[in-house]
Each structure stands twice: as C-alpha cells, then as structure tokens.
Design a protein. Structure first.
Length: 143
C-alpha cells in the first residue's frame, strides 16, 4: 500500500489501485482513509462529494444521480459557480479515455452542454459520502 498526500502535506493511507471500488466500499473506505487513488464515479451514490485537487486547481463535485456520471462541479478557472457537468473520465494524454474514472496522475475530463474541459493532472482525490447518509449511519451506530 502506498501513501497519498492531502493539501496540508500530511500523508494518509490510500487504497491500492488494484483494489475494487464499488459504491459501498468507496464510501466505507473514504470514511476510513479519506484519500483514494482513483474512483469510478458511476458507482457513487447520489449526493456523494468528491474533492479533486489537480496541479493547478481544486474542484468540488457533488454526484447527482445514482450509477451515472452527472455531477455539479465548482472550482478552477472554468467553474466559479456550481455547474452541471458530465464526468467523461480521465486519460494520460491523447484519445485513450478511461470512462467514468477519476485517477491520480491522469487528466480529468468533464463536459458541459457546450464545451469539454480537460484539467491538469489529478494530484489527490477525497470522497465524502452524503451528509444525510453520515447522520443516518451515526444514528444507527449510536442505537
């Protein structure tokens, strides 16, 4: 297992790229570890928040539908306000795109109704479950 750094520079445990990520384990692992090496956004539940730090910007994504790539995005020079987007995926360079995936070291690609944006390389990803899920989980744990 290797480490991933957050913005403050403190290392946190990250899941290995070979680990399977489904919607339940992604949320569970995010609660335990915070940072991940990559995530299939199509498997995240609605309301899940994903913070993506790239070489040049920080983006906040909120997933809008279960089992889909639609999200609200805010951050970077193109999205000063929350904007609906489709997360196309990420790529090293050129035309080879891993659909629905955001991965460290890759370029994230998102599209709006009228443009496609390619970010600088992803440096870190933090997945936070829906705050409503957090409250209901903690209520169940406390009972």
């Amino acid at each position: 297992m290797f480490m991933s750094c957050d913005e403050a520079g403190a290392a946190r445990r990250a899941i290995r790229s070979a680990d399977p990520i489904d919607s339940a384990s992604a949320v569970r692992l995010a609660r335990l570890h915070g940072s991940v090496t990559g995530v299939d956004v199509r498997r995240l539940p609605q309301g899940t928040e994903v913070i993506v730090d790239t070489r040049n910007s920080r983006y906040r994504l909120v997933m809008q539908e279960n089992n889909a790539s639609s999200a609200l995005i805010q951050g970077g020079p193109y999205f000063p306000e929350e904007t609906p987007v489709r997360i196309e995926g990420s790529a090293l360079t050129g035309s080879l795109l891993k659909s629905g995936w955001i991965g460290i070291g890759l370029l994230m690609e998102v599209s709006t109704a009228d443009q496609r944006i390619v970010t600088s390389r992803v440096r870190s990803i933090v997945v936070d479950p829906d705050p409503v899920l957090e409250r209901s989980d903690s209520a169940v744990s406390a009972a």
